[in-house]
Design a protein. Structure first.
Length: 333
């Protein structure tokens, strides 16, 4: 199985779920072994997690492109007559059957790979926001749980040739008790598990019907923590939404809370377009910083520069050691 950047979905497995590698050929005369069967390489998108369906064990997590693993080995071919020949048994009729190849039932799960995850209560304007900053067209309506499936949107910032982009995931809203299955539950939170940054939307208008935006913030944080994916520790920006119809007291109390927690607060109105470009650029900037930090961690440390004289000395001493070792080896024989 191999991860490929050219695949975005697992749909090719839906209609073709069974894959069998070619069987090897029979051995032939003149002590020839049969040709090996061709392997089958199953391509999966980056972000696929492979589970063994029977044991539930995680087989592999394809986090990078071009990762390759063997999920089922081919069987070993049996030995032919010649392997049973002895000096007194020159033309043996004995032979050995080949072993069957490995067979496995796997479950594939694809996680969305987004840079920014939008989280918050239902109806706070997550889908409206993604539709304003990207080309995504999710369903938007004035009732909770409009979004039933995650949506992805690509946000482009800057002008060509220096433009940059990042991917935003809009997921269904969360409510208190989501981790116990309330509302649509927390099943969609695994889609933001791999995001670099969370944008936590809080409705500061009176449309939410909830009196305290700080409580809203705490409830969602509690739900993020309860799923046990470490989401509450992710970098986060807070977005006060529906600023065109905001309740000033709610905005003030949210500002105070964010200041206390040292979290950046962006006040936006997706409908009026207020604060949207600032938020778009701020998210892009933070994503770029987090990406750069991750790249720096991945890079191996540069080898230390050694002066040519020192390098020569080191090589000579290494040679001396190997000569000594060879001498000791000869003596021990
Ligand atoms: N006045 C005003 N209304 C907004 C704003 N943003 C969103 N809305 C309205 O709020 C309602 C809910 O918006 P959605 O974008 O569907 O909210 P959501 O968070 O995606 O909701 P779920 O998918 O149910 O979780 C819609 O009627 C929007 O028109 C805003 O900035 N100002
Ligand atoms: Mg929505």
């Amino acid at each position: 199985m191999e991860s490929s950047q050219r695949h975005n979905t697992l749909v090719h497995f839906r209609f073709n779920p069974e894959h069998k590698a070619e069987r090897g050929r029979h051995g032939e005369g003149s002590n020839c072994t049969g040709r090996d069967g061709e392997s089958v390489v199953l391509k999966v998108p980056v972000g696929t997690i492979v589970y063994d369906k029977e044991t539930g064990e995680k087989v592999h997590d394809f986090a990078q492109p071009d990762e390759r693993i063997i999920v089922a080995h081919g069987g070993r071919g049996g030995r032919g007559n010649q392997h049973f020949a002895t000096s007194t048994h020159r033309a043996p009729r004995e032979h050995e059957q080949g072993k069957p190849g490995g067979e496995r039932v796997l479950r594939l799960e694809l996680k969305l790979l987004a840079d920014v995850g939008l989280v918050g209560y239902p109806n706070v304007g997550k889908s409206t926001l993604i539709s304003r900053i990207s080309a995504a067209h999710p369903k938007i309506a004035d009732y909770p749980f409009t979004t039933l499936q995650p949506n992805l949107g690509v946000v482009t910032i800057g002008e060509p040739p220096h433009e940059d982009s990042y991917v935003v995931a809009d997921i269904p809203g969360l409510i208190e008790g989501a981790h116990t299955g309330a509302g649509l539950g927390t099943q969609f939170l695994r889609h933001v598990e791999r995001t670099r940054l969370l944008a936590h939307l809080i409705d500061v208008s009176d449309a939410s019907g909830r009196p305290d935006p700080v409580k809203d913030f705490k409830v969602i944080m509690g739900e993020l923590e309860s799923v046990g994916l470490g989401l509450e520790k992710k970098p986060m920006v807070v977005v006060a939404s529906k600023m065109d119809v905001a309740n000033p007291e709610k905005v003030a109390s949210l500002r105070k809370h964010c200041k206390k927690l040292k979290l950046d607060l962006y006040e936006v109105s997706a409908v009026a377009g207020k604060g949207i470009p600032e938020l778009k650029y701020a998210l892009g900037k933070q994503v770029a910083e987090i990406r750069a930090a991750a790249c720096a961690l991945d890079k191996p440390a540069a080898p230390k520069k050694v002066s040519p004289r020192k390098a020569k000395k080191r090589a000579e001493s290494a040679k001396r050691v190997s000569k000594q070792a060879a001498f000791k080896k000869r003596q021990s024989r």
